[in-house]
Design a protein around this ligand. Sequence first.
Ligand SMILES: C[S@@+](CC[C@H](N)C(=O)[O-])C[C@H]1O[C@@H](n2cnc3c(N)ncnc32)[C@H](O)[C@@H]1O
Length: 410
Amino acid sequence: MGQPNTDPSFPGLSPRVLGTLSEVSGLSLESPSLPVPPAVLDGVRRLSAQFNRGEGLGNRPYLNEAAFRTAYLSYFVPVNLVKVQILLNEAKPAIGALHGRSLRILDVGGGPGTGALAILDWLQRLAGDGPTALEYTVIDHSREALEVHERVWRGYRAHGPAQEPQRLQTVECDLEKGLPSIIQAARGRPTHDLIIVQNLLSELYRNEADRIEKRVLLLERLLGGLAVDGTIIIIEPALRGASRDLHGLRDRLLQQGSATVYSPCLHSHPCPALVKPDDWCHEERGWVRPKWIEQVDRAVGFIKDALKFSYVILRRDGKTLVPRSPDLHRVVSELRVMKGEKRVWWCDETGRPEVGRLDREQSATNAVFDAWHRGAIVRVSEIVRKDRKGRPGTVGRIPSSATVEIVRPA
Ligand SMILES: C[S@@+](CC[C@H](N)C(=O)[O-])C[C@H]1O[C@@H](n2cnc3c(N)ncnc32)[C@H](O)[C@@H]1O
């Protein structure tokens, strides 16, 4: 992931998004030639410590602080909104054609407008194939963040024509105390075509032993308001604890029959990453890192050259990203180069086994193995498990005679 990607179809930020963020933050994100203000760097460092290690988290919404809002808007929003767009592209086959439909979206813990900007810009790219109208509702407990959200919404619209009538509704509410009455009133009446829950769950009930149960309850209430053919995108930080909590939440919702999993999982069995205490599943996707982010990264010592996150896309209608099949597997690690072989961990309905190919077994039919990457959906015609002392070996080996495919790259 070290080399900058210059492929124009690669995920990245549009000039209109960068222009909007520059205007609302008062910073120059489009062509940063000036040093990043120290207050912004300090805000990014402090927010990061808070997100990664829970440092300095008080009871007061942190986005009520102006310095945090500016840091969040200029650094975390650009990074996070591309993640939403990547997953919108992934969910698009299930969402179906938007032309002639009106789209109702709920953004839960939407902060200063990450999801909204992602959606507005994604719809813009659909050109004439977008919906006839867009209704966007955002819930957050920070009034100040919601005010910025409104400015971001207006700012994006001011930068170019909208293809459909659009309405934004902001709702201030502490989600730990329950859903706002406006959403409660709609319960049982499936309303939303899309619900985005990004980087919120790990901030809810964070020190409580029954946090997963409480989050499940919230998700069930949200699912109650999801259209029968609607989609929920849940994104969490690529941290072991947050990701494992998300796996647990997914398991509970599937067990209870409250939702079906569209992606990333290729099965509905309990998540095999939860079997061992140290395992977890996350994504690493390439993107075109804007110069501004590069500049902040250099100054604070971060590397956002790839987008890392954990996610699950849920629906109620059983649709899946790829048809369920025992022949398909999802790569859930990097391709690990070892002495005399390469290996990956993959996930399928049998669990999370390790699979490898000895260098001496490389052949024309299995050469694609070298291109396997985290998140790819793959197929192999043949796996050999050598018996060791009467028991099958733990590592499945791809022989030279096997045919290897990438059915869907990440
Ligand atoms: C890390 S930010 C995520 C913002 C945006 N979704 C994104 O991914 O960039 C978490 C958001 O959740 C909101 N939040 C945290 N706890 C909340 C609560 N109890 N009720 C409502 N909103 C909450 C915060 O104010 C903040 O806007």
